[in-house]
Design a protein around this ligand. Structure first.
Ligand code: FPP
Length: 246
């Protein structure tokens, strides 16, 4: 059913522009990623304050392995350091942390930190923070197909029972509602293999601001724009109005 609430329940963000933010300041790219962590913190707080319940951040794509090895290593180290430093605060502030993506490809230390962080925050329910790490929308669809096909060949699932709803249950985001709003920073206007299936009816918002400069004010601009959108989900405007009058 159409959901036209003015505050999005679930926001997804492609955090782009860390490198350009650093370059503009003659700093190494790693400094941009470090500053990006501060923007992550202020965005979580600003989302929670605004009434958003779920935030999904694209932290590392399946394609990011192709970056220079030094950058990949520094990102892995940053993820470990951020988890070490921030998990206690997440626990105290009611945030549940979950990772979506093929985390088995990460080094053992990072996998252990992820498991510990998910476990430590598992009882929290005020706000859900999903970190998409080693995530790709195509990977997600393919891994769902593989699991479904196995169920079919094992005789556990009749092919006719594969519906859109059923398929969604096999994605890595199975238990999450689809994002209402997808924000991408740093001026690029593309989805870059993020939540391909899940973003079918998501509203897109692009800003030229580099991710490290994204803050509560920038979030408010995105929310203001979202509030003006008319989500139709394939229906006519008249049908939407009739259903909200009912
Ligand atoms: C894109 O900017 C950013 C990334 C690939 C990494 C995102 C990671 C963080 C913000 C670090 C912290 C995250 C968490 C969840 C602890 P880019 O490097 O592609 O920027 P550019 O396009 O300007 O080069």
């Amino acid at each position: 059913m159409p959901d036209n609430h003015s505050i999005p329940h679930h926001i997804a963000i492609v955090m782009d522009g860390n490198g350009r933010w650093a370059k503009k300041r003659f700093l190494p790219r790693a400094a941009g990623h470090r500053e990006g962590v501060n923007a992550v913190k202020s965005t979580i707080e600003a989302c929670a304050k605004a009434g958003v319940k779920i935030l999904t951040l694209f932290a590392f794509s399946s394609e990011n392995w192709k970056r220079p090895k030094t950058e990949v290593v520094s990102l892995m180290d940053l993820f470990v350091a951020s988890l070490d430093k921030e998990v206690k605060r997440l626990v105290e502030s009611g945030v549940r942390l979950q990772f979506v993506g093929d985390c088995k490809q990460f080094n053992q230390k990072l996998q252990d930190k992820i498991a510990e962080a998910e476990q430590a925050t598992s009882a929290n329910s005020d706000f859900l923070l999903n970190i998409a790490a080693n995530y790709g929308g195509r990977w997600d669809i393919v891994q769902a197909c593989q699991t479904l096909c196995k169920q079919v060949t094992d005789g556990k699932l009749p092919v006719e029972e594969i519906t859109e709803q059923k398929f969604s249950e096999y994605l890595s985001t199975a238990l999450l509602p689809d994002p209402d709003l997808l924000i991408r920073t740093a001026g690029e206007q593309r989805i870059s293999n993020f939540l391909l299936w899940q973003a079918a009816y998501t509203e897109f918002y692009y800003t030229d601001v580099f991710w490290p400069d994204f803050d509560e004010y920038q979030l408010q601009l995105a929310l203001d724009e979202y509030g003006k959108r008319k989500r139709k989900f394939g229906l006519t405007q008249e049908q939407i109005e009739a259903s909200s009058d009912a």
